[in-house]
Design a protein around this ligand. Structure first.
Ligand code: ZN
Ligand code: ZN
Length: 93
């Protein structure tokens, strides 16, 4: 699998047996991508904004994600950047 963010090579990291729970980590940018159930996605990324940014820490390092999620409304694509320490969103799309 190739990282949609930087075209780096991804290595599979979790849920190796689940056909819809396949997560890859990019070796280059450390982004996360693949496909998984919505419930699994919410364990990785929250759907609320990160509030860690302060005047003394204006630049937070985000982690790229690009997932196909399967929920009760079908398949969706969710991608952007999140702040790993709090799992909050930094940028969507
Ligand atoms: Zn990448
Ligand atoms: Zn944060």
């Amino acid at each position: 699998m190739t990282c949609p963010g930087c075209n780096g090579k991804g290595k599979q990291i979790t849920h190796p047996d689940a056909p819809l729970g396949t997560v890859y980590e990019c070796r280059k940018c450390h982004g996360l991508f693949g496909s998984l159930y919505l419930g699994e996605f919410y364990q990785l990324v929250r759907l609320t904004w990160c509030r860690c940014q302060t005047d003394s820490a204006p630049d937070l390092t985000g982690r790229y994600f690009d997932f196909e999620t399967l929920g009760s409304h079908g398949v969706d694509r969710r991608h952007g950047w999140f702040h790993e320490p709090c799992k909050g969103l930094l940028q969507v799309g």
